[in-house]
Design a protein around this ligand. Structure first.
Ligand code: PEP
Length: 248
């Protein structure tokens, strides 16, 4: 049985002191939440966020990491660094990283492998542009992203990965995919995973939807068969709204 996961992506917002205050406020509001709760904070907020979330049901994740163990990669952060400060999740291949920081399917795959090797749970993002949707290549495009992201992963490792389907045209635009549109792509991702592994493995991998999820649409999205929660940007910056999503 897959449990719903409400994951907030703060992007480049909040300082460490703001992170501490927000997590403390959120903690009280989600202590009995129906769903699993996770926040991806900026790197510098991670220590404060991990400390504030201690002993609560809120998990903390990073928004990126490098695929090498260590070395001459100025400005980068390794999986081991994240692990040592108590981070449990890492977001990989968000469309903003792909678009502005030249992430490719191959770097996504290398990062997934590195995260798993270091005991971090990777959340892999995939999603089509509006042009790809209009050209009716959404399924082909996403299947190719998924196949490369999971390349050379064992079944046991694949089960530890979370997928976030995020149509690029819905991110930060206020334009939410309909529940049916989101569910049909999540279902296709599951079928793709069943093709790589088997039905049982695919049935146990969490697949989230992201793209302008808000307090009003979350419940309907999360009730769909193949949607196992949401990756939430803008609405995760409002504690009250995000706490509603954590209970949706
Ligand atoms: C995101 O950050 O991945 C996201 C989906 O943002 P928003 O909810 O603001 O569209």
């Amino acid at each position: 049985m897959r449990k719903i996961l409400a994951a907030g992506n703060w992007k480049m917002n909040n300082t460490p002191s703001q992170a501490e205050a927000m997590i403390n406020e959120l903690k009280a509001k989600v202590k009995d939440a129906k769903n699993d709760v996770l926040i991806f904070t900026p790197f510098v907020c991670l220590p404060a966020a991990v400390k504030a979330a201690e002993g609560s049901n809120i998990k903390i994740g990073a928004q990126n990491m490098h695929f090498e163990d260590k070395g001459a990669f100025t400005g980068e952060i390794s999986a081991q660094m994240l692990k040592e400060i108590g981070v449990e999740y890492v977001l990989i291949g968000h469309s903003e990283r792909r678009e502005y920081f030249a992430e490719t399917d191959d770097t996504v795959n290398a990062k997934v492998i590195q995260a798993l090797k270091n005991g971090l749970t990777p959340m892999v993002c995939c999603g089509e542009t509006l042009k790809q949707r209009e050209d009716t290549i959404t399924f082909d495009f996403i299947r190719s992203q998924i196949k490369i992201a999971f390349r050379s992963l064992s079944k046991e490792d694949a089960l530890k990965v979370v997928v976030a389907y995020e149509p690029i045209w819905a991110i930060g635009t206020g334009k939410v995919a309909t529940s049916e549109q989101a569910d049909e792509v999540c279902r296709d991702i599951r079928e793709c995973l069943a093709g790589i592994y088997d039905e049982e493995t695919a049935a146990n991998i969490r697949i989230l939807y992201g793209g302008s999820v808000n307090k009003d649409c979350a419940a309907e999205l999360f009730a769909m068969n193949d949607i196992d929660g949401g990756l939430v940007g803008g609405a995760s910056l409002k504690v009250e709204d995000f706490s509603i999503i954590c209970n949706a």
